[in-house]
Design a protein around this ligand. Structure first.
Ligand SMILES: NC(=O)C1=CN([C@@H]2O[C@H](COP(=O)(O)OP(=O)(O)OC[C@H]3O[C@@H](n4cnc5c(N)ncnc54)[C@H](OP(=O)(O)O)[C@@H]3O)[C@@H](O)[C@H]2O)C=CC1
Ligand SMILES: N[C@@H](CC=O)C(=O)O
Ligand code: NA
Length: 438
């Protein structure tokens, strides 16, 4: 039996997906059970790099999701609408769905998975996080025996490319961003990448899988890389760190079992050079999962791009075909979904406020070069229980002294209270950088 695919979108990922589907030789034999039935696009006249019969193409995407002949919808148009409505309509019409759309899943996952569970269909999304890197299915299945403590990822390729080039070339953010856009890594509107929102969508999805509950996206703290300067990258290097945009989801080790609080956040971070994520460069992604009893396990590879992302899309298709075949043979019920492939959690995870986070900080001050300034800074921090690992005057910028502080693990709320007081000291000119340290 051949199962029919309705593909929505024939852009970067859609094209990669069709390339795999049209060249099944040497891949999994189940690929021969799939056929491309319709392809929805915005423009029929656009030249395409894959050779598909013209009659498959349509601009009427709704027609595809309600077509009774279609078994599986592959949503690769991106964005929120009409993607959300098309996915829901597909589910309503009994279709399984494969999507790479982290924006839709992180915002409307509850609605989508509730609808899918009610209809007994699957919504699979391996491509939505880490592109081609298998991380969604491993969290759902292979790591299911573990209690996960922490997921730490470099899950945005554009920002990792920018930070890598800033470090290697001493270049400034704006110059490298322009290059990233010219090379096609960053979007024409790079806001979601640069401001940490894309990584925020992705860590919300990973946290939900790792900790078995839903996540409210508005509770995910997102800070991007716009304020990271070449100066900070150089100081970080001297102190033994590299700066990376990390997405972190962790159980709060200080919370009582009844509280079971999570911290879910995205921010530029000073990562010790010996840490496994410090050497992940350019557009590569990596996700480090820590749990009991597995310890540490890291997933590394290409987090974006046509072929790698399509690899994840097609792996989801294969999982669905395998189930559909068993349903056809009446080995499994067509109305009960496989627990390890569906998303069944109902409750929302409790997210701790950022003031309760315990972390180290790096902070750079510009001050008047007057006696006692280092002492005053140290005293303010001390009065708020912020213990310092190091405080050094690193040099001068014009006539201002530059002082860099690294704290021990401190309560974020205390740190900010201390900083507010420090800001009001006469000797402080400005605080150009505040970054967290892993
Ligand atoms: N690119 C990547 O490396 C990765 C992308 N993703 C995700 O994959 C998804 C697809 O991304 P990508 O392939 O890069 O996107 P593209 O912009 O390259 O392609 C989008 C496709 O969808 C079609 N389309 C968009 N809106 C509509 C609409 N309203 N009606 C009909 N057709 C529409 C476009 O048609 P037309 O061709 O006619 O313009 C195009 O074929 C997104 O959710 C993205 O976040 C995930 C991981 C990596
Ligand atoms: N814009 C994303 C692409 C894939 O999700 C990135 O840069 O990682
Ligand atoms: Na993936």
């Amino acid at each position: 039996m051949v199962f029919k695919i309705g593909l929505l979108g024939l852009g970067t990922v859609g094209t990669g997906t069709v390339e795999i589907l049209l060249n099944p030789e040497g891949r999994h034999p189940l690929l021969s059970e799939l056929s491309l039935h319709r392809v929805g696009v915005r423009s029929l006249s656009k030249p395409r790099s894959v050779n598909i019969p013209e009659y498959l193409l349509t601009t009427d995407l709704e027609e595809i999701v309600i077509d009774p002949a279609v078994d599986i919808i592959v949503e690769l148009i991106g964005g929120l609408e009409p993607a959300r409505s098309l996915i829901l309509q597909a589910i309503e019409n009994g279709k399984h769905v494969v999507t790479a759309n982290k924006a839709v899943i992180s915002r409307y996952g509850s609605e989508i998975f509730d609808a899918a569970n009610q209809k007994g269909v699957y919504v699979l999304l391996e491509a939505a996080v880490g592109g081609g890197i298998p991380v969604i299915q491993p969290l759902k299945q292979s790591l299911g025996a573990n209690r996960i403590h922490k997921v730490t990822g470099i899950i945005n390729g554009t920002t990792n490319y920018i930070l890598t080039r800033m470090k290697n070339e001493g270049a400034d953010f704006a110059d490298v961003l322009a290059d990233a856009q010219r090379l096609g890594y960053a979007e024409a509107d790079p806001t979601a990448d640069i401001d940490g929102l894309d990584a925020g969508d992705k860590i919300a999805i990973l946290a939900s899988l790792a900790f078995g509950g839903r996540i409210k996206l508005e509770q995910v703290y997102c800070e991007g890389i716009r304020k990271v300067t070449a100066t900070d990258i150089t100081y970080a290097e001297k102190l033994g760190f590299v700066i990376k945009l990390l997405a972190i989801a962790a159980r709060d080790p200080h919370a009582t079992p009844e509280q079971d609080l999570l911290s879910v956040r995205v921010h530029p971070t000073l990562v010790p050079k010996v840490h496994p994520l410090a050497s992940i460069n350019d557009v590569y992604n990596a996700i480090l999962v820590e749990g009991e009893p597995i310890g540490q396990v890291m997933f590394f590879g290409r987090g974006a791009g046509s072929g790698p992302t399509a690899s994840a899309v097609v792996s989801d298709l294969l999982n669905i075909v395998a189930v559909l075949q068993m349903q056809e043979a009446e080995i499994v019920s067509p109305v009960v979904t496989h627990e390890l492939m569906s998303c069944t959690h109902q409750h929302y995870c409790k997210i701790a406020p950022m003031e309760d986070l315990i972390t180290r900080f790096y902070v750079r001050f510009l001050t008047k070069d007057s006696p006692g300034v280092i002492g005053n800074i140290g005293t303010c921090f001390g009065q708020h229980n912020v213990s310092l690992e190091s405080i050094v005057q690193t040099g001068f910028q014009e006539n201002l002294a530059e002082i860099v502080v690294v704290t021990h693990d401190v309560l974020e709320g205390n740190f900010h209270q201390a900083l507010n007081e420090i800001k009001s000291l006469d000797s402080i000119d400005s605080i150009p950088s505040i970054l967290r340290v892993l």
